[in-house]
Design a protein around this ligand. Structure first.
Ligand code: SAM
Length: 230
């Protein structure tokens, strides 16, 4: 894969009511090492610090009625203004957004940085999303409790594509969704016989042409089956 982001210092600001969630899984293994090595930067902004009243409220009841609370646009506006010299894209994590896929992930990994807005409760006042032209992204057609989980999924997928993050430890070209919409072929390792189940014969044939053909066929087959499932 081409080197997608020439700027190795990918700046991420996360606006959240729960900064303690981070870095979470982003602090370990290859993504965590990349954070330590400053390949990417994580700036956490606690939205509650920008509350306007003595109770530090960040939400209010929805206009038009209905259950739950909605995050206030004025509070988020102040939190956003605290980010210095922002370059990149603003993203709001929401189930109402366009569904995330690998094509979008690759595109976002070429940005200089990202501002991620994590919702809670019933969500965020739409005016601030529209005013700042947030890209609304969903991690799938289901609802989680907060945008933090979605932000972690998004960052995991993007940061592993930055130059020097995987090093020699991954094969980005052959992964699921890498070159087209195909899913990866099944993988096997030792022992050759496990519980009486053998590794497919072709993989131990030493014939690289046959192995390549078998893997390609598997990718097409499994993609067909999984697509029918959804
Ligand atoms: N009332 C919202 C709805 O019906 O679409 C759900 C709000 S959800 C309980 C609270 C927050 O979790 C959202 O504002 C969003 O930030 C985050 N969230 C939940 N599911 C998500 C998903 N599938 N993708 C991205 N973010 C999600």
């Amino acid at each position: 894969m081409e080197n997608i982001n020439k700027n190795s210092n990918f700046k991420v600001s996360v606006l959240t009511l729960f900064p303690e969630v981070f870095p979470g899984p982003l602090g370990v293994s290859l993504i965590g090492n990349a954070l330590k090595n400053k390949i990417w930067e994580l700036n956490l902004i606690d939205i509650r610090n920008f509350a306007k009243d003595k109770h530090r409220s960040v939400d209010d009841t929805p206009y038009g009625g209905g259950a739950g609370m909605v995050m206030r646009p004025d509070v988020i506006d102040s939190a956003l203004k605290s980010i210095p010299d922002f370059k990149g894209r603003r993203i709001c994590l929401t189930p109402r957004g366009r569904r995330l896929n690998q094509k979008k992930v690759k595109k976002l990994s070429k940005e200089e940085g990202l501002v991620l807005l994590c919702g809670r409760y019933e969500g965020i006042d739409q005016r601030v999303i529209d005013y700042y032209e947030f890209d609304e992204i969903s991690i799938g057609d289901y609802v989680v409790t907060g945008g933090e989980t979605a932000a972690i999924v998004l960052l995991e997928s993007i940061i592993r594509l930055l130059p020097d993050v995987l090093g020699g430890k991954g094969t980005l070209n052959e992964e699921s969704f890498s070159d087209n919409s195909l899913i990866e072929y099944p993988q096997y390792t030792k022992p050759r016989d496990w519980n009486g189940i053998n590794v497919p014969e072709v993989l131990i044939s030493g014939d690289h042409g046959k192995i390549k053909d078998w893997r390609n066929k598997q990718r097409v087959e499994i993609t067909k089956i999984r697509k029918l499932d959804t």
